[in-house]
Design a protein around this ligand. Sequence first.
Ligand SMILES: C=CC1=C(C)c2cc3[nH]c(cc4nc(cc5[nH]c(cc1n2)c(C)c5CCC(=O)O)C(CCC(=O)O)=C4C)c(C)c3C=C
Ligand SMILES: [Fe+2]
Ligand SMILES: [Fe+2]
Length: 369
Amino acid sequence: MRYIGEPDYRHGSPHTLGILISNLGTPDAPTPQALRRYLREFLWDPRVVEFPRVLWWLLLHGIILNTRPRKSAAKYARIWGEQGSPLLSITRAQGQAVAERVARRMYGPVKVAVAMRYGNPSIAAGLEELRRAGARRLLILPLYPQYAASTTGSTFDAVSHALSRWRWVPETRFVTGYHSEPAYIEALAASIREHWAQHGRGDHLLFSFHGIPRSYLDQGDPYHCYCQTTARLVAEHLDLPEDRWEVTFQSRFGKQQWLTPYTLETIQGLPDRGVKALDVVCPGFSADCLETLEEIADESREAFLAAGGQRFSYIPALNTREDHADALAELILRHVQGWPEADENYDAKALREAGELARARALAMGAKN
Ligand SMILES: C=CC1=C(C)c2cc3[nH]c(cc4nc(cc5[nH]c(cc1n2)c(C)c5CCC(=O)O)C(CCC(=O)O)=C4C)c(C)c3C=C
Ligand SMILES: [Fe+2]
Ligand SMILES: [Fe+2]
C-alpha cells in the first residue's frame, strides 16, 4: 500500500482536532548501544549538522559514533530517573496537563499526542496516534520557545515527511515559536522569583541557552535574536539592572565557532568579576534534560566553585508548573482559532443538516461540559 489510508472511515464520523506536542528526543536507555542509535539519527539530520554529506558521514561513522556514545551514556546514567529519561517523562506529563486544559475549552473532540524528533515515540508514531483518533485538523507545537532551523525547522521536516505518507492529508498548522509570548515570559519570571524566595538570591542571573554554530546565525537563523529577546523580557519583568544579568550559550559540539559568549567560560570568569553567588536559568529548555541537569546543574556548578565562586543555584526549567501548562494551552487555543472545534458560534444544527450526525453529537457533548 503506497499511502496510509482510511479504509474504515464512515461518513459522519466525528472529526477530531489533533495536537502534536514534540520535543527533541532522547535515547531509549542510558547505554552506549542506545546512544549510538539515537546519535546516529540525530547527528545525521542535515538541519542539525550542515556539513558536506560525504565528509560528515565519514567523520560521524569513523570517529563520533565510536567515541561519543560511551561518554554520553555515562552522563545520561547520572540523570536517568525511575521513569527513564527526564526529557521524555516531563514531556509526557506536559502533554497530559495541556490535554486537560485544552479539552475543557474546546467544543469538539480533541486528542493530544506527544512525540520526540529523534528516538521514541517518533513524530510519525505521534501523528499515527492522532490519525487513528480521527484527526482531520492538526496543530503541531514543538516545545522550543525560540525558533531554530536545527530544532523547529527539523520538526517541520519530520512532520511533512510523515504526512507525505498519508492518503488524507489533514489541515495543518505549525507553531514556529513563542519566545516573547507574555504567559511564557511571566511563567519564567514567576519561577525565578519563587526560586529566589525559597533559596535566596544570587549576585547575578545567567540566562544560558543551547548554542548553535555561529555560521547558522550568519546565514539568517533568527535563534540568537529570539534568545536575547526572551532574556531581556524576563529581566524587565524582574526589574533587573543591566549589570546583574547576561545571556550565554552552552552545549557546544565540535571544533567550529558556536554562538558566544560560551556558558562555561563565562561562569569560570564570573568570580573574578566579583560574582560569588550565581543563579542560572535555561529558558530555552521547556523540560529539564541532560543539557540542564548534567551540564549546568552539575558540571557548571563544579566549574564555578572551582573558579572561586561560593554559591551556585540552578533554577529548574518550567517543566510541569501550572503556569507553564496554562501558557502552552493558551498558545494552542490561539492557534486553533477559526477551526470549528474551537469556535463558540459553531452551528451544531447546520452540521446535523449537513449529515454529520456523530460529529454534532460530539460537539453538543463538548458544549455541555
Ligand atoms: C551537533 C549539533 C547540535 C545542534 C546544532 C544542537 C542544537 C540544539 N539542541 C537543543 C536541545 C537539546 N539538545 C540536547 C542534546 C544534544 N544536542 C546535541 C547536539 C546539537 N544540538 C547532542 C549531540 C546532544 C546529545 C547529548 C550528547 O551526546 O551530548 C538535548 C537533551 C536531550 C536529552 O535527552 O536530555 C536538548 C533538549 C536545542 C534547543 C538546540 C538549538 C537551538
Ligand atoms: Fe542539542
Ligand atoms: Fe541577534
